[in-house]
Design a protein around this ligand. Sequence first.
Ligand SMILES: CC(=O)SCCNC(=O)CCNC(=O)[C@H](O)C(C)(C)COP(=O)(O)OP(=O)(O)OC[C@H]1O[C@@H](n2cnc3c(N)ncnc32)[C@H](O)[C@@H]1OP(=O)(O)O
Ligand SMILES: O=C([O-])CC(=O)C(=O)O
Length: 375
Amino acid sequence: MADKPNAGAGLRGQSAGSTALCTVGKTGSGLTYRGFDIKELAEKAKFEEVAYLLLKGKLPNQVELDAYIGKLKGLRGLPAALKTVLEQIPASAHPMDVMRTGASMLGNLETEESFEEQQDVSDRLLAVLPSIICYWYRYSHDGVRIETETDDESVGAHFLHLLRGDAPSELHARVMNVSLILYAEHEFNASTFTARVCASTLSDMHSCVTGAIGSLRGPLHGGANEAAMDMIENWTSPEEAEREIMGMLERKEKIMGFGHAIYRESDPRNAIIKGWSKKLAEDVDDTVLYPVSERVEEVMWREKKLFCNADFFHASAYHFMDIPTKLFTPIFVCSRVTGWCAHVFEQRANNRIIRPSADYIGPEKSQWVPIEERD
Ligand SMILES: CC(=O)SCCNC(=O)CCNC(=O)[C@H](O)C(C)(C)COP(=O)(O)OP(=O)(O)OC[C@H]1O[C@@H](n2cnc3c(N)ncnc32)[C@H](O)[C@@H]1OP(=O)(O)O
Ligand SMILES: O=C([O-])CC(=O)C(=O)O
């Protein structure tokens, strides 16, 4: 990918603060959470262990992890007033808007009264966000009021269970676990920065998370996994995919799921989720979507030296698990809420209101004209 100057647009390359949570694009190890390489976490950890690492500052021992999983399980229920609100939202709504409303409504019902409650508030959000999206989805699409308090051991299995009504296979639970780990944290990305800006005014956790959900929704950020799916599902062969991609590049269209603001050569999360997408493709005897995705990857590298980011192979992986496309980005929320909350803790612990300057480019002096004399 061509290097652009760092200064100016998008604050690219400028440090906007410090963090002990994550490194992105550091030579030698593409992505670390509190010093742990993402590859090792994705292979060995439970998502709840990673959430604990991010939110509490260290890996839990077995007793601590068991207690944490037990605590999260106990926080999956929805207050009646929140269910009532979710039931008002039409099936045509975008699920990210449902997530935003859900987080905001929870803030009305379970207000963070002081920063001393921040750990509990974050654990509650982590536990309840899958319940929020699945309760709305099942009610608006299937007309059923589901029970959200399942006994599933993991956040990922809980999500799939609520969505389908049955506990998921071991393979699907494993892929969800890996996916949630990969999406959990990524330094000063747009949604996390949104959360930190909000936190810097000493606002409450629900406001920080609600704002972050709004930032994640866009197709240049978390929404890219859905946009990538909308694109690749149109193609029935690698040859067709290649022809279409070449046309899009010629027309200077953006290819969703490719490129990155920080990584220059690859996104370390891609190889991991791509491997799981391949396994799932074999599981469902896919002969189209995975080969199409691989061809798009090859063409983008050959033509533009652009690589898949975390979102591209998430599209096929989620699709193979029968997850509706419009729920892809909400799953990202269910994971990234850990990173957002951990960043809010950091911001609060060493706060100064975030308030940069702007280069003024407007008129020097404007002349007041009475309203009746204006054009
Ligand atoms: C989990 C995540 O949020 S990962 C990101 C998810 N987003 C996407 O997949 C959306 C598609 N990708 C993009 O829009 C961009 O690559 C971003 C938003 C991720 C990064 O944006 P930037 O930092 O501005 O990109 P960058 O400066 O490196 O771009 C370099 C050049 O490559 C082009 N480019 C970058 N990504 C793409 C793409 N996906 N398709 C086509 N061209 C692209 C840019 O237009 C730019 O060309 P130019 O110099 O002629 O203007
Ligand atoms: O870091 C970024 O700009 C976007 C990203 O990959 C993420 O948030 O996971």
